[in-house]
Design a protein around this ligand. Structure first.
Ligand code: HEC
Length: 136
């Protein structure tokens, strides 16, 4: 009886350990710096923004704005919630570039070849991702 109880608690412990381990592993995706939950659907605007993001921003900000080690920060991050980085900071970042101030990646150069309208669509995309991840 005691043996069986011991076995049972050992199994429970192993399972808990496994779950905790998986939870910890789950915080980082293979390529990004944070795990980004993808919303089940995007607005039309955000869908277009996602495509422009993939071409112009994800080389540094990672797939789904999850960040890229050594390159650039995740934009799905509390730092970039609307009350701290409003939409004009996105327009400014693209038009003028960003002086490194939050992260150790260096400056972001301005991005050419995309319109203000396209930046608006990128913002819609990033905001929808943020909201799906509890950042509002
Ligand atoms: C060559 C790499 C690179 C590319 C490409 C890039 N970024 Fe960045 N971006 C950075 C880095 C690095 C930072 C972080 C600067 C810091 O705060 O230390 C940054 C910061 C930002 C910020 C925060 C601005 C602020 O006020 O703090 C925004 C918004 C942003 N990027 C948007 C974009 C968008 C949108 C695109 C694509 C159109 C883009 N970035 C493409 C590297 C890049």
């Amino acid at each position: 009886m005691v043996k069986r109880l011991l076995l049972l608690s050992l199994t429970a412990l192993a399972v808990t350990g496994l779950l905790v381990f998986e939870e910890r592993e789950g915080k980082k995706s293979a390529s990004g710096m944070v795990v980004v939950k993808i919303p089940s659907s995007f607005s039309e605007e955000a869908l277009r923004g996602g495509k422009t993001f993939l071409k112009n921003c994800s080389s540094c900000h990672g797939k789904h704005a999850s960040g890229k080690p050594g390159m650039g920060p995740p934009l799905v991050h509390k730092i970039y919630e609307p009350s701290h980085h409003n939409d004009s900071s996105f327009y400014r970042a693209v038009e003028l570039g960003v002086k490194s101030h939050h992260w150790p990646f260096g400056n972001m150069a301005r991005i050419t070849g995309i319109t203000r309208g396209e930046v608006g669509e990128i913002i819609a995309y990033v905001r929808e991702l943020q909201r799906a991840n509890g950042i509002r």
